[in-house]
Design a binder for this molecule. Structure first.
Ligand SMILES: Cc1cc2nc3c(=O)[nH]c(=O)nc-3n(C[C@H](O)[C@H](O)[C@H](O)COP(=O)(O)OP(=O)(O)OC[C@H]3O[C@@H](n4cnc5c(N)ncnc54)[C@H](O)[C@@H]3O)c2cc1C
Length: 276
Protein backbone atom coordinates (compact mmCIF):
# COMPACT_ATOMS: atom_id res chain seq x y z
CA UNK A 1 0.00 0.00 0.00
CA UNK A 2 1.22 3.52 -0.81
CA UNK A 3 1.57 5.55 2.42
CA UNK A 4 4.02 8.29 1.42
CA UNK A 5 4.10 10.67 -1.57
CA UNK A 6 7.25 12.74 -2.23
CA UNK A 7 7.85 15.63 -4.64
CA UNK A 8 11.57 16.01 -5.40
CA UNK A 9 12.49 19.25 -7.18
CA UNK A 10 15.15 17.78 -9.49
CA UNK A 11 16.14 14.57 -11.25
CA UNK A 12 19.18 14.27 -8.98
CA UNK A 13 17.03 14.55 -5.85
CA UNK A 14 14.56 11.98 -7.22
CA UNK A 15 17.43 9.56 -7.83
CA UNK A 16 18.93 10.16 -4.36
CA UNK A 17 15.51 9.46 -2.83
CA UNK A 18 15.23 6.19 -4.75
CA UNK A 19 18.68 5.18 -3.56
CA UNK A 20 18.01 6.12 0.05
CA UNK A 21 14.63 4.33 0.31
CA UNK A 22 15.59 1.28 -1.76
CA UNK A 23 12.93 -1.07 -3.13
CA UNK A 24 10.12 0.43 -1.03
CA UNK A 25 10.21 3.56 -3.25
CA UNK A 26 9.10 3.91 -6.89
CA UNK A 27 9.06 6.83 -9.28
CA UNK A 28 5.66 7.88 -10.53
CA UNK A 29 4.86 9.83 -13.69
CA UNK A 30 1.34 9.35 -15.17
CA UNK A 31 0.62 6.56 -12.69
CA UNK A 32 -1.40 4.55 -15.25
CA UNK A 33 0.68 1.45 -14.71
CA UNK A 34 1.31 1.85 -10.98
CA UNK A 35 -2.38 2.29 -10.16
CA UNK A 36 -3.41 -0.80 -12.13
CA UNK A 37 -0.47 -2.94 -10.93
CA UNK A 38 0.66 -1.50 -7.56
CA UNK A 39 3.86 -3.35 -6.56
CA UNK A 40 3.22 -5.16 -3.25
CA UNK A 41 6.33 -4.04 -1.38
CA UNK A 42 6.25 -0.33 -2.43
CA UNK A 43 5.11 2.22 0.16
CA UNK A 44 6.57 5.47 -1.21
CA UNK A 45 5.86 7.15 -4.53
CA UNK A 46 8.42 9.64 -5.82
CA UNK A 47 6.53 12.05 -8.07
CA UNK A 48 8.54 13.44 -11.00
CA UNK A 49 6.18 16.30 -11.87
CA UNK A 50 8.44 19.03 -10.38
CA UNK A 51 11.65 17.83 -12.07
CA UNK A 52 11.20 19.82 -15.29
CA UNK A 53 11.17 16.80 -17.61
CA UNK A 54 8.13 17.74 -19.72
CA UNK A 55 7.78 19.05 -23.27
CA UNK A 56 9.21 18.59 -26.75
CA UNK A 57 12.02 20.72 -28.19
CA UNK A 58 13.47 20.74 -31.70
CA UNK A 59 16.79 21.84 -33.21
CA UNK A 60 18.64 21.28 -36.50
CA UNK A 61 19.53 17.69 -35.62
CA UNK A 62 16.22 16.48 -34.30
CA UNK A 63 13.70 16.33 -31.48
CA UNK A 64 14.00 15.86 -27.74
CA UNK A 65 10.92 14.53 -25.92
CA UNK A 66 11.08 15.06 -22.15
CA UNK A 67 10.25 11.97 -20.10
CA UNK A 68 7.10 13.48 -18.57
CA UNK A 69 5.56 14.38 -21.93
CA UNK A 70 2.24 12.60 -22.20
CA UNK A 71 1.50 10.24 -25.08
CA UNK A 72 -1.26 12.68 -26.13
CA UNK A 73 1.23 15.56 -26.39
CA UNK A 74 3.58 13.40 -28.47
CA UNK A 75 0.66 12.32 -30.69
CA UNK A 76 -0.43 15.96 -31.18
CA UNK A 77 3.07 17.35 -31.90
CA UNK A 78 2.56 18.24 -35.57
CA UNK A 79 6.22 17.94 -36.82
CA UNK A 80 6.02 14.20 -36.10
CA UNK A 81 3.51 13.87 -38.93
CA UNK A 82 6.37 14.78 -41.30
CA UNK A 83 9.03 12.34 -40.10
CA UNK A 84 9.19 8.59 -40.70
CA UNK A 85 5.94 8.65 -42.75
CA UNK A 86 4.06 9.88 -39.66
CA UNK A 87 4.48 6.48 -37.98
CA UNK A 88 4.72 7.96 -34.46
CA UNK A 89 1.22 9.56 -34.39
CA UNK A 90 -0.19 6.61 -36.36
CA UNK A 91 1.09 4.22 -33.69
CA UNK A 92 0.16 6.39 -30.70
CA UNK A 93 -3.44 6.66 -31.90
CA UNK A 94 -3.59 2.88 -31.35
CA UNK A 95 -2.28 2.97 -27.75
CA UNK A 96 -5.08 2.29 -25.23
CA UNK A 97 -7.65 5.13 -25.13
CA UNK A 98 -7.47 8.96 -25.36
CA UNK A 99 -8.08 9.25 -21.59
CA UNK A 100 -5.21 6.88 -20.88
CA UNK A 101 -2.86 8.72 -23.27
CA UNK A 102 -3.68 12.03 -21.51
CA UNK A 103 -2.02 10.70 -18.35
CA UNK A 104 0.58 8.16 -19.54
CA UNK A 105 4.10 9.56 -19.99
CA UNK A 106 6.66 8.53 -22.57
CA UNK A 107 9.33 8.10 -19.84
CA UNK A 108 7.14 5.84 -17.69
CA UNK A 109 6.29 3.86 -20.79
CA UNK A 110 9.92 3.32 -21.81
CA UNK A 111 11.08 2.52 -18.27
CA UNK A 112 8.42 -0.18 -18.19
CA UNK A 113 9.33 -1.49 -21.67
CA UNK A 114 7.03 -4.52 -22.03
CA UNK A 115 3.43 -4.56 -23.29
CA UNK A 116 4.18 -1.76 -25.67
CA UNK A 117 3.34 -0.43 -29.11
CA UNK A 118 5.71 2.50 -28.58
CA UNK A 119 8.92 0.52 -28.07
CA UNK A 120 8.90 -1.32 -31.46
CA UNK A 121 8.42 1.95 -33.35
CA UNK A 122 11.11 3.82 -31.40
CA UNK A 123 13.53 0.91 -31.85
CA UNK A 124 12.83 0.81 -35.59
CA UNK A 125 13.71 4.50 -36.06
CA UNK A 126 16.88 4.20 -33.94
CA UNK A 127 15.62 6.48 -31.16
CA UNK A 128 18.04 7.33 -28.38
CA UNK A 129 17.20 7.54 -24.70
CA UNK A 130 18.69 9.65 -21.92
CA UNK A 131 18.62 8.74 -18.25
CA UNK A 132 20.24 9.51 -14.92
CA UNK A 133 21.65 6.85 -12.59
CA UNK A 134 24.12 9.00 -10.66
CA UNK A 135 25.54 10.21 -14.00
CA UNK A 136 23.79 11.38 -17.17
CA UNK A 137 23.71 8.86 -20.04
CA UNK A 138 22.53 9.02 -23.63
CA UNK A 139 22.41 5.86 -25.74
CA UNK A 140 20.45 3.98 -28.43
CA UNK A 141 17.22 2.61 -26.99
CA UNK A 142 18.25 -0.91 -28.08
CA UNK A 143 21.43 -0.67 -25.96
CA UNK A 144 19.42 0.66 -23.01
CA UNK A 145 17.22 -2.44 -23.01
CA UNK A 146 20.12 -4.85 -23.47
CA UNK A 147 22.29 -3.28 -20.74
CA UNK A 148 19.83 -1.87 -18.16
CA UNK A 149 17.76 -4.77 -16.84
CA UNK A 150 16.66 -3.07 -13.59
CA UNK A 151 15.03 0.09 -14.88
CA UNK A 152 13.14 0.92 -11.67
CA UNK A 153 16.38 2.24 -10.10
CA UNK A 154 17.15 4.98 -12.64
CA UNK A 155 15.39 8.09 -13.94
CA UNK A 156 14.56 8.20 -17.65
CA UNK A 157 14.93 11.85 -18.66
CA UNK A 158 14.02 11.86 -22.35
CA UNK A 159 13.98 10.42 -25.87
CA UNK A 160 15.73 11.76 -28.96
CA UNK A 161 14.73 11.39 -32.58
CA UNK A 162 16.81 12.41 -35.59
CA UNK A 163 15.40 14.85 -38.10
CA UNK A 164 16.95 13.01 -41.06
CA UNK A 165 14.50 10.19 -41.65
CA UNK A 166 13.28 7.59 -44.11
CA UNK A 167 10.01 5.71 -44.45
CA UNK A 168 8.36 3.67 -41.74
CA UNK A 169 5.19 1.73 -40.92
CA UNK A 170 3.56 0.05 -37.92
CA UNK A 171 1.04 -2.76 -37.58
CA UNK A 172 -0.67 -3.90 -34.38
CA UNK A 173 -2.79 -7.02 -34.21
CA UNK A 174 -5.14 -7.06 -31.19
CA UNK A 175 -8.51 -8.59 -30.33
CA UNK A 176 -10.18 -5.21 -29.78
CA UNK A 177 -9.26 -1.57 -30.40
CA UNK A 178 -8.32 -0.95 -26.75
CA UNK A 179 -6.60 -4.26 -26.14
CA UNK A 180 -2.87 -4.82 -25.92
CA UNK A 181 -1.32 -6.31 -29.05
CA UNK A 182 -1.10 -10.06 -29.65
CA UNK A 183 1.84 -9.06 -31.82
CA UNK A 184 3.06 -5.81 -33.35
CA UNK A 185 5.61 -4.93 -36.02
CA UNK A 186 7.46 -1.75 -36.96
CA UNK A 187 9.58 -1.42 -40.09
CA UNK A 188 11.78 1.51 -41.12
CA UNK A 189 13.85 1.88 -44.28
CA UNK A 190 16.08 4.38 -46.03
CA UNK A 191 16.45 4.31 -49.83
CA UNK A 192 19.26 5.36 -52.15
CA UNK A 193 17.52 5.71 -55.49
CA UNK A 194 15.18 2.76 -55.45
CA UNK A 195 17.54 0.50 -53.48
CA UNK A 196 17.23 -0.04 -49.71
CA UNK A 197 20.37 1.32 -48.01
CA UNK A 198 19.29 0.80 -44.38
CA UNK A 199 16.49 -1.17 -42.75
CA UNK A 200 15.03 -2.17 -39.40
CA UNK A 201 12.40 -4.85 -38.90
CA UNK A 202 11.23 -4.93 -35.26
CA UNK A 203 8.72 -7.29 -33.65
CA UNK A 204 7.05 -6.70 -30.28
CA UNK A 205 4.64 -8.53 -27.96
CA UNK A 206 6.11 -11.92 -28.90
CA UNK A 207 5.15 -11.65 -25.91
CA UNK A 208 8.46 -10.21 -24.72
CA UNK A 209 10.36 -6.97 -25.09
CA UNK A 210 10.50 -5.91 -28.75
CA UNK A 211 13.60 -6.86 -30.75
CA UNK A 212 15.03 -6.13 -34.15
CA UNK A 213 15.06 -9.16 -36.46
CA UNK A 214 18.45 -8.35 -37.93
CA UNK A 215 18.47 -11.18 -40.48
CA UNK A 216 15.16 -9.95 -41.91
CA UNK A 217 16.52 -6.37 -42.00
CA UNK A 218 19.64 -7.62 -43.85
CA UNK A 219 17.54 -9.32 -46.53
CA UNK A 220 16.27 -5.88 -47.55
CA UNK A 221 19.54 -3.96 -47.77
CA UNK A 222 21.00 -3.65 -51.29
CA UNK A 223 17.72 -4.63 -52.99
CA UNK A 224 14.76 -2.87 -54.55
CA UNK A 225 11.74 -2.94 -52.28
CA UNK A 226 9.61 -5.05 -54.64
CA UNK A 227 7.20 -7.89 -53.87
CA UNK A 228 9.94 -10.54 -54.12
CA UNK A 229 12.24 -8.77 -51.62
CA UNK A 230 9.35 -8.10 -49.25
CA UNK A 231 8.33 -11.76 -49.50
CA UNK A 232 11.88 -12.94 -48.65
CA UNK A 233 12.18 -10.53 -45.71
CA UNK A 234 8.83 -11.57 -44.24
CA UNK A 235 9.70 -15.28 -44.59
CA UNK A 236 13.04 -14.62 -42.85
CA UNK A 237 11.23 -12.71 -40.09
CA UNK A 238 8.91 -15.68 -39.53
CA UNK A 239 11.84 -18.15 -39.48
CA UNK A 240 13.94 -16.15 -37.02
CA UNK A 241 11.43 -14.57 -34.63
CA UNK A 242 11.44 -15.98 -31.08
CA UNK A 243 7.85 -16.30 -29.89
CA UNK A 244 6.00 -18.16 -27.17
CA UNK A 245 2.51 -19.11 -26.03
CA UNK A 246 0.49 -17.03 -23.59
CA UNK A 247 -3.26 -16.76 -22.87
CA UNK A 248 -3.66 -14.31 -25.78
CA UNK A 249 -2.20 -16.50 -28.55
CA UNK A 250 -0.06 -19.50 -29.39
CA UNK A 251 3.55 -19.30 -30.52
CA UNK A 252 2.52 -20.71 -33.93
CA UNK A 253 -0.07 -18.02 -34.41
CA UNK A 254 2.46 -15.33 -33.47
CA UNK A 255 4.93 -16.76 -35.99
CA UNK A 256 2.26 -16.57 -38.70
CA UNK A 257 1.35 -13.00 -37.65
CA UNK A 258 5.01 -12.00 -37.88
CA UNK A 259 5.15 -12.91 -41.57
CA UNK A 260 1.82 -11.21 -42.36
CA UNK A 261 2.52 -7.98 -40.42
CA UNK A 262 6.08 -7.62 -41.72
CA UNK A 263 4.78 -7.99 -45.28
CA UNK A 264 2.06 -5.40 -44.66
CA UNK A 265 4.45 -2.94 -43.02
CA UNK A 266 7.06 -3.21 -45.76
CA UNK A 267 4.44 -2.95 -48.49
CA UNK A 268 3.12 0.20 -46.82
CA UNK A 269 6.59 1.77 -46.93
CA UNK A 270 6.46 1.46 -50.76
CA UNK A 271 3.43 3.75 -50.72
CA UNK A 272 1.10 0.97 -51.87
CA UNK A 273 -2.34 0.67 -50.27
CA UNK A 274 -2.44 -2.23 -47.80
CA UNK A 275 -5.42 -4.16 -46.48
CA UNK A 276 -5.51 -3.68 -42.67
C1 LIG B 1 -5.30 -0.44 -19.13
C2 LIG B 1 -4.01 -0.21 -19.86
C3 LIG B 1 -4.00 -0.31 -21.25
C4 LIG B 1 -2.81 -0.10 -21.94
N1 LIG B 1 -2.81 -0.21 -23.31
C5 LIG B 1 -1.66 -0.01 -23.99
C6 LIG B 1 -1.62 -0.14 -25.41
O1 LIG B 1 -2.61 -0.42 -26.08
N2 LIG B 1 -0.42 0.06 -26.03
C7 LIG B 1 0.71 0.40 -25.34
O2 LIG B 1 1.75 0.59 -25.95
N3 LIG B 1 0.70 0.54 -24.01
C8 LIG B 1 -0.45 0.33 -23.32
N4 LIG B 1 -0.46 0.45 -21.97
C9 LIG B 1 0.80 0.85 -21.29
C10 LIG B 1 0.77 2.33 -20.95
O3 LIG B 1 0.97 3.10 -22.10
C11 LIG B 1 1.80 2.59 -19.87
O4 LIG B 1 1.21 2.08 -18.69
C12 LIG B 1 2.12 4.04 -19.65
O5 LIG B 1 2.69 4.63 -20.78
C13 LIG B 1 3.07 4.19 -18.48
O6 LIG B 1 3.34 5.55 -18.28
P1 LIG B 1 3.02 6.27 -16.89
O7 LIG B 1 3.59 7.63 -17.00
O8 LIG B 1 1.57 6.18 -16.54
O9 LIG B 1 3.88 5.34 -15.92
P2 LIG B 1 3.74 5.13 -14.35
O10 LIG B 1 2.56 4.25 -14.05
O11 LIG B 1 3.84 6.42 -13.63
O12 LIG B 1 5.09 4.30 -14.13
C14 LIG B 1 5.30 3.05 -14.79
C15 LIG B 1 6.66 2.50 -14.31
O13 LIG B 1 7.72 3.31 -14.79
C16 LIG B 1 8.44 3.90 -13.69
N5 LIG B 1 8.70 5.27 -14.12
C17 LIG B 1 7.82 6.26 -14.39
N6 LIG B 1 8.46 7.33 -14.89
C18 LIG B 1 9.77 7.01 -14.92
C19 LIG B 1 10.95 7.69 -15.36
N7 LIG B 1 10.92 8.92 -15.90
N8 LIG B 1 12.14 7.04 -15.24
C20 LIG B 1 12.21 5.79 -14.74
N9 LIG B 1 11.14 5.10 -14.33
C21 LIG B 1 9.93 5.70 -14.44
C22 LIG B 1 7.56 3.77 -12.47
O14 LIG B 1 8.32 3.66 -11.29
C23 LIG B 1 6.82 2.48 -12.79
O15 LIG B 1 7.62 1.36 -12.45
C24 LIG B 1 -1.62 0.22 -21.25
C25 LIG B 1 -1.62 0.32 -19.83
C26 LIG B 1 -2.80 0.10 -19.16
C27 LIG B 1 -2.78 0.22 -17.65
Amino acid sequence: MFTEYLHPASVEEAFRTLQKLGTRARLVAGGTDLTVHPPADVTTLVDLSRTGLGGITADDTGFHIGALTTLTDVLDYSPFADIWSGVIPTMLAQVASPLHRNAASIGGHLARGRLSDVVPVLLSVDARISFFDGGHHHMPLADFYSTRKNRTRLVVTGVHLERDTGRAAFRKFARTTYDLAILNVACAIRLEGDVVSWARVVVGERPALAVELSEASSVLVGHRLDAATIGRASEKAMETVEVRNDPRASADYRRHLTRVLVRRCLTETTGEEVYV
